[in-house]
Design a protein around this ligand. Structure first.
Ligand SMILES: [Zn+2]
Length: 365
């Protein structure tokens, strides 16, 4: 940057310390962390605020640790708005606005648009532009092809790239998702008298596992816990074919039903298999589809017999590849294990910093 730097005051009462550096506006003037989440002062909106209600929120996707009910206005993809309405009821916000991928909107002079993130149905990266500065906040994302949502798209000419880092350690390398599904189907063939209980979170993972099974040629009916029904129907309305799904009634199971599910595959939230609902399955094979199943200890703790390493988040290789593909001037790292990725970036000669956003949990994924 050196000699060409022009440092001058930007004469605004709101931002007395504002300066241009190398003709680039200081990025934290456009987006910075606050107690309520990532905030854009000139646009006066938040991205994925999770602590308390705000007047104006842009929501990247429908998972509960990004999308909360009660904001004054929500801007998101139509799919994300539908997911929020399905989970929280139609009154989840006072006003809502759908934005298609690539369509732009001006908010107090700030240009905003959405790019696909490849995480779950409707998931988006938020692109924010102001006075020549382009910042992109990914929300959650992955790079692998997923039959249930649009694939991640690299936004070119990004000055500041704010990336998630849920699996931001070099030990996290997710295996091939199709191979994980083949493992499940091979087990179903082998143990034809047992019921395979597949733990899946209800938004995203459930539909992806089902779609991958269909892609692999499994065309028998699949049994689903009632908690998955509404979201599976929503995916189907959005053109994701899931084949024949048979809900298992939500009342506690009866022992006499036990033979009914032999040889079948049942999907449900992981906790449901340990409660009264799960009693109807005898001699089940406990499976769990999650990125965390790559950690052997976690599978053991949960008593998972067949761990399926299936993640809707980028693994280490995807995170680092994405940083290279986007090639921003600055990399901001958040939602997870920031430090290893910051270190990696520094070794690569990239400017990087952790962004400590509060209120995000290790996602149920
Ligand atoms: Zn998510």
């Amino acid at each position: 940057m050196g000699n060409s730097c022009k440092r001058r005051k930007w004469g605004s009462a709101c931002f007395p310390e504002a300066v241009y550096i190398c003709n680039m506006i200081r990025p934290d003037l456009l987006l910075h962390e606050t107690k309520k989440g990532l905030y854009c002062p000139p646009g006066d909106f938040y991205i994925d605020p999770v602590r308390g209600a705000v007047d104006r929120a842009i929501v990247t996707h429908g998972h509960a640790d990004h999308a909360r009910a009660g904001h004054g206005a929500v801007l998101a993809t139509q799919e994300t708005l539908d997911i929020m309405a399905s989970r929280y009821g139609e009154g989840f916000t006072a006003s809502r606005q759908a934005l298609a991928f690539g369509e732009t909107v001006e908010i107090n002079g700030v240009t905003v648009w959405l790019a696909p993130a490849g995480h779950i149905l409707g998931s988006a990266q938020v692109v924010v532009e102001w006075r020549g500065l382009r910042m992109v906040s990914t929300g959650d994302y992955k790079r692998r092809q997923d039959p249930t949502c649009r694939g991640f798209e690299v936004v070119p000419n990004t000055h500041v790239f704010i990336t998630e880092a849920t699996f931001g350690l070099p030990v996290f390398r997710h295996p091939d998702d199709r191979a994980e599904i083949r493992k499940l189907l091979a087990s179903v063939d082998l143990f034809e008298d047992r019921t395979h209980l597949v733990g899946v979170y209800s938004l995203g993972k459930a539909q992806r596992v089902i779609a991958l099974m269909r892609e692999a040629g499994y065309d028998r009916p699949l049994y689903i816990h009632g908690a998955l029904k509404k979201l599976c129907a929503l995916y189907e309305r959005n053109g994701v074919e899931l084949g024949e799904l048979r809900p298992v009634p939500t009342e506690p199971g009866k022992r006499e039903e036990r033979d009914r599910f032999r040889g079948e595959i049942v999907l449900g939230p992981p906790a449901s298999f340990n409660d009264k609902w799960g009693r109807r399955f005898s001699d089940p094979v406990n499976c769990f589809a999650s990125g965390w199943m790559g950690v052997r200890q976690r599978a053991k703790q949960r008593g998972v017999e067949l761990p399926l390493v299936l993640s809707d988040h980028a693994d280490w290789d995807e995170l680092t590849q994405t940083a290279r593909d986007v090639d921003p001037e600055e990399l901001w790292i958040t939602y997870g294990r920031e430090d290893a990725l910051v270190r990696w970036a520094e070794l690569e000669g990239r400017k990087a910093r952790p962004l400590r956003l509060v209120g995000y949990e290790e996602e149920n994924e």
